[in-house]
Design a protein around this ligand. Structure first.
Ligand code: OKP
Ligand code: ZN
Length: 353
């Protein structure tokens, strides 16, 4: 039986963001531990996966992707959350967390004030920094790097259960539940180990603004994304079809915004367009930013894809014949997330005649 290697770390279970601030209100956080528990349960009942935990230090590649000031800020801040947030300032039972309050003006002025830095290095009020956040982000990036290593060692398809997710994290800013950009880190690892061209297809319902930002002026990484129209959904300020890259990167960024209500057939039409473009690019490797918040039951998504559809998606990707690394991004319909991942992965298995 063909097997799909899965890379995963129990460190992911330590990440426990409790709430988002939305409309000034405290609302339950969508990116919860139960997500990864549900995926693990589904994979555990699956006979075609082999599980491993990573041992690689991802920092050499994280440092290629992220700004030194940002990494320093995230480390300093997450190491000091327990001391910074006073016991009397949190509600009983809460995990201490730091959220930004003030965001930079467009005038470019910089300041070292810690309150100002919170908004300099984090772009929304959905992405708290807790004690240990830096370490858990590093563990997630290490899952991505270990997955990249396995693909480069010859595994045709690898699934890396990255949590926290990564595609919204820009060079110098966290946001959208993301701290380190796992897809970008994996791509840098591949390029550093001999790959000449890497394609990234991001099919999460949210545009991968971070990944786009990181590779916007480069032609060695082709970033392609299908997502809900940013007029409708987060991250709002990126994801338009007119964003095609700059300089050497011109025409190496390809966005396909789709309307609310997009179902299997319309979505798959766009997937075929995307895969044809990727084929033309002739990448050595293909990274998938695999978000399942396109599912019909997703509480924060607006598409109508079904669990069965993800197998067709996986199969079409596999038919390209390019070695692939799938990285977990979003997906918040917690009870069906594992089933969606398994359906997707089953599409990569050789087909029985
Ligand atoms: C992260 B990933 C709902 C607001 C949520 C943030 C979405 C982040 C998505 N309370 N907005 O791309 O799945
Ligand atoms: Zn998403």
């Amino acid at each position: 039986m063909a097997e799909i290697p899965v890379v995963y770390t129990p460190e992911s279970l330590k990440h426990n963001p409790q709430f988002e601030i939305f409309n000034g209100q405290r609302t339950p956080h969508a990116e919860v531990v139960a997500r990864v528990e549900n995926i693990l349960e589904a994979l555990g009942a699956c006979d075609f996966v082999t599980m491993e935990t990573p041992t690689i230090d991802p920092m050499p590649w994280v440092e290629r992707v992220h700004d030194a000031g940002y990494l320093d800020y995230l480390k300093r801040t997450s190491d000091a959350v327990d001391a910074t947030v006073k016991d009397e300032d949190i509600q009983a039972g809460d995990v201490k967390a730091i959220y930004p309050s003030v965001f930079p003006l467009a005038n470019g002025r910089r300041t070292s004030n810690p309150v100002a830095q919170r908004g300099t290095y984090v772009f929304d009020t959905y992405t708290p920094i807790m004690q240990g956040t830096y370490e858990v982000a590093k563990a997630s990036a290490s899952v991505a790097v270990a997955g990249a290593e396995k693909v480069m060692q010859g595994a045709p398809h690898v699934y890396a259960l990255t949590r926290p997710p990564g595609h919204h994290a820009e060079t110098a800013r966290a946001g959208g539940y993301c701290y380190f950009n796992n897809a970008a880190v994996a791509a840098e690892y591949m390029l550093d180990h001999g790959a000449k061209r890497v394609a990234i297809f991001d099919f999460d319902i949210h545009h991968g603004n971070g990944t786009q930002d990181i590779f916007y002026d480069r032609d060695d990484v082709y970033f392609v994304s299908t997502h809900a129209d940013p007029e409708r959904l987060f991250p709002f300020f990126r994801g338009g079809a007119d964003e095609i890259g700059v300089g050497d990167g011109r025409n190496y960024n390809f966005n396909i915004p789709l309307p609310e209500g997009t179902g299997n057939d319309e979505f798959h039409g766009s997937v075929e367009t995307v895969l044809a473009r990727i084929k033309e690019y002739k990448p050595d490797y293909l990274i998938l930013s695999a978000g399942f918040d396109t599912h019909e039951q997703d509480p924060i998504g607006v598409f109508k894809l079904t669990t069965d559809y993800y197998q067709q998606l996986g199969r079409s990707i596999a038919e390209l014949g390019i070695p692939t690394l799938s990285l977990q991004e979003g997906g918040y319909a917690t009870e069906v997330l594992g089933a969606n991942v398994v359906s997707y992965l089953s599409g990569f298995l050789p087909q029985n005649p």
